[in-house]
Design a protein around this ligand. Structure first.
Ligand SMILES: [Zn+2]
Length: 293
């Protein structure tokens, strides 16, 4: 899955390290990321690359490290940051340095696994910093705390910590079949499992029962936790569950959410080549008749 980068390790303990020429800089602009291409391989630019290209760079928001590689955050929109984090890549030397912006979707298709995880995680933090520039209580500007990852409102004392939205992925099985779906009105056309956000007041198991019922009209029992997955591009923590059909197998789909939902036999499963997502792993686990299913 996206977070499986062993033997490397993400360390997200908050600190204020000294800036270094080898720091990687994650520069976002809307849903685009600034990349540098070296021999056909996508990389994030380092502080040294940007200085060499004559970019005016100010990036002092530390994100995390992966082993010894440290990542900092930056934006091309000066208005986004109280701290003034920003970079200007509009000069000719910057263009000649092979910097370019690509969409996060294209990035996922072209970047290697570890870099994808780093950038998705950076994007989650980027969204959090950007969306909490102003205090939700009094509307004043917030400032980053120096001791922990927290934004502080000096006017009313409000403290804002990073937010993560829990969501479930449900693999519903019926003997040798699994309930697969396709989303309506989305670019993603492959089979998926049922998924949805946990509502306030629910347990994750409640979410599994509710989402499966809402989207397919199916009742489930024997709900078992499988694994979780951080999914930074949407700010989620995905919680994967297997569950069994309880009662009728007749499907009634929610056409606002899905274009189809059907029982697919184990030997008909395909499209499991993507090692990136919890959904694919759960489908593969079912296909391989893993003991816990
Ligand atoms: Zn406030």
């Amino acid at each position: 899955m996206i977070q499986d980068i062993e033997p490397k390790r993400l360390c997200n303990q908050y600190q204020l390290p000294k800036q270094n020429r080898n720091d990687y800089i994650a520069v976002f602009s809307g849903n685009q990321i600034l990349i540098k291409e070296t021999n056909g391989r996508l990389e994030l630019p380092k502080r040294a690359d940007m200085e060499a290209a004559g970019c005016a760079l100010h990036a002092d928001t530390y994100l995390f490290c992966i082993d010894d590689d440290r990542y900092f955050l930056c934006s091309e929109d000066a208005e986004e940051w109280k701290t003034g984090n920003k970079v200007d890549i509009s000069n000719d030397r910057a263009a000649a340095a092979d910097f370019r912006r690509i969409s996060m979707r294209q990035f996922r298709e072209e970047a290697d696994h570890e870099l994808c995880f780093a950038v998705y995680t950076a994007y989650h933090l980027y969204q959090w910093y950007k969306n909490n520039r102003f205090c939700g209580c009094c509307g004043s500007r917030t400032v980053p705390d120096k001791k922990e990852r927290m934004l502080f409102c000096a006017k009313c004392g409000n403290q804002i910590y990073p937010s993560i939205a829990p969501a479930v992925i449900a693999a519903v099985t019926n003997g040798d079949s699994i309930l697969l779906t396709k989303y309506a009105n989305r670019e993603y056309k492959r089979y998926a499992l049922i998924a949805g956000f946990t509502e306030i007041g629910e347990t994750a198991e409640d979410t599994v029962r509710r989402e499966v019922m809402e989207e397919t009209g199916i009742r489930v029992k024997n709900i078992r936790y499988y694994k979780s997955q951080p999914w930074g591009i949407d700010g989620n923590l995905l919680l994967g569950y297997f569950a069994e059909l309880d009662g009728s197998d007749r499907i009634s789909i929610d056409e606002n959410e899905l274009s189809c939902a059907e029982w697919v036999r184990r030997d008909q499963l395909k499209d499991m080549d993507d090692s990136f997502s919890l959904t694919r792993e759960m489908m593969r686990v079912f296909y391989e008749k893993y003991d816990s299913v």
